[in-house]
Design a protein around this ligand. Structure first.
Ligand code: ARG
Length: 436
């Protein structure tokens, strides 16, 4: 019979197909550096508490460091029969250092081990996400610096509403990304708790020092409840949720860029390196990358829904179902990171067609609210002003003219509250400046 970590209890092992079905190694080997960091902290604590000998502790730490170097150098053979990253590394450690390796798992279970590894991974990647979101904010700020004073139509219902500054439009995305960073920080803090020592679910009778592993792994807190310690995956959900909201923001941005790059809008032009052509239509320049980010948003939502559903109805404490947390976590983080980085490149290289935006801002009678506000300032009730300006717009529409093209005399013919300054008031730049 093949040797497993539990072979004492069993007369035989599952068929290869079952082992493959139960294995998480192909997915969770990504946790290797966190697994080794957790094991080193655990072994050093066991040695300093006298639970294992100092020699054994030193041999374990040395063996783990060598394994880390080999994995890093791609000189490590992963064996699917090891089931998961924890078993693979421990088995290899024992192959390398002998009996001392068998002492590493004292006062520990894979249940607190995997939770610790996942927390370390989530914490590290929350930081990477924060940096990636900051980079996109910086790309937006650089564009705002260069073209922020440009005016363009602001829309409600995707109908021209009031003119706005490009700085305001881009600034809205900076606000969203700033909130995303707050959410990543929250998810980071949720992960930043040491659960090592919870063991399988009930803690351990060995005289361990939990504060020592908390300090060694630089965790902000030590968990209080051993059953919650091994069965809590809220921190994973928090990070996936933060990714899902961020991805939703990126998707909205991509939708606008796609729309703005059409001939009908023409507000932006993608750099050639950030667009693709058509295999049949020679004239095409397609915003594939922005579309893909919009499309990938669906899978990140799916990741969130998948784990929420996996966790629903799980009795305390650890259940193997929870092994299904890694794929959605990795996928959500990978997808959001890739989207943030692609979009940062795209945004930095976008050309804003400022003149097209300005011309568009003069259409659609977007000065109408400003004209009504003007009459209100002269003492007219808003509803009456709305009525008069509505008539003005109708006249302009019939004559194919804009509010900017009317003379002061034409305004005065409609209402004697208009003074000569009305032609200045309706200039797009002046309307926007007044709102700033
Ligand atoms: N591969 C497992 C996971 O990701 C590790 C924990 C296994 N624990 C157990 N009692 N079978 O969840």
């Amino acid at each position: 019979m093949a040797k497993t970590a539990w072979s004492g209890r069993f007369s035989d092992v599952p068929a290869a197909s079952f082992q493959e079905f139960g294995a998480s190694l192909p997915v969770d080997k990504r946790l290797w550096s966190d697994d080794i960091a957790g094991s080193i902290a655990h072994a050093e604590m066991l040695a300093s508490c006298g639970i294992i000998g100092a020699d054994d502790g030193a041999a374990i730490v040395e063996g783990l460091k060598q394994i880390a170097a080999d994995i890093e150098a791609d000189a490590f053979t992963w064996n699917i029969a090891d089931e998961d990253v924890h078993m693979a590394i421990e088995a290899e450690l024992t192959r390398r250092i002998g009996d001392a390796g068998k002492k590493l798992h004292t006062a520990r279970s894979r249940n607190d081990q995997v939770a610790t590894d996942t927390r370390l991974w989530a914490r590290r990647h929350a930081d990477v996400l924060i940096r990636a979101a900051r980079a996109l904010i910086e790309a937006f700020e650089a564009q705002t610096q260069a073209h922020g004073s440009a005016t363009l139509p602001g829309y409600t219902h995707l109908q021209k509403a009031q003119p706005v500054l490009l700085a305001t439009h881009l600034g809205a995305y900076v606000e969203m990304l700033t909130r995303d960073i707050t959410r990543f920080e929250h998810a980071r803090a949720a992960a930043d708790i040491n659960v090592l020592g919870s063991a399988a679910l009930a803690g351990t009778p060995h005289p361990i020092d939990r504060a020592a592993t908390t300090a060694a792994l630089d965790f902000a807190h030590t968990s209080h409840n051993t059953m919650d310690g091994v069965s809590d995956r809220d921190f994973v959900l928090d990070l996936i949720y933060a990714c899902a909201v961020c991805q939703m923001h990126l998707s909205r941005l991509c939708e606008e860029l796609i729309l703005w790059s059409t001939e009908e809008f023409g507000f932006v032009t993608f750099a050639d390196i950030h667009a693709t052509g058509s295999s049949i239509m020679p004239q095409k320049k397609n915003p594939d990358f922005a579309e893909l980010i919009r499309g990938k948003t669906g899978r990140v939502y799916g990741d969130l829904m998948a784990l929420l559903t996996t966790m629903k109805g799980l009795p305390l404490a650890y259940n193997k179902d929870m092994q299904e947390d890694k794929e959605p976590l990795f996928d959500a983080v990978d997808t959001t990171l890739a989207s943030l980085s692609v979009l940062t490149e795209i945004s930095g290289a976008l050309t804003f067609n400022v003149e097209t935006m300005r011309v568009a801002a003069e259409g659609g009678f977007m000065g109408a609210t400003a004209v009504a506000d003007y009459l209100v300032a002269k003492g007219m009730p808003f509803r009456d002003a709305h009525e008069i300006v509505g008539r003005l717009v109708r006249t302009c529409e019939e004559q194919g003219r804009t509010l900017q093209e009317l003379s002061a005399a034409e305004y005065q013919a409609i209402c004697d509250l208009f003074d000569a300054d009305i032609v200045e008031i309706v200039a797009i730049e002046n309307i926007v400046a007044k709102h700033a």
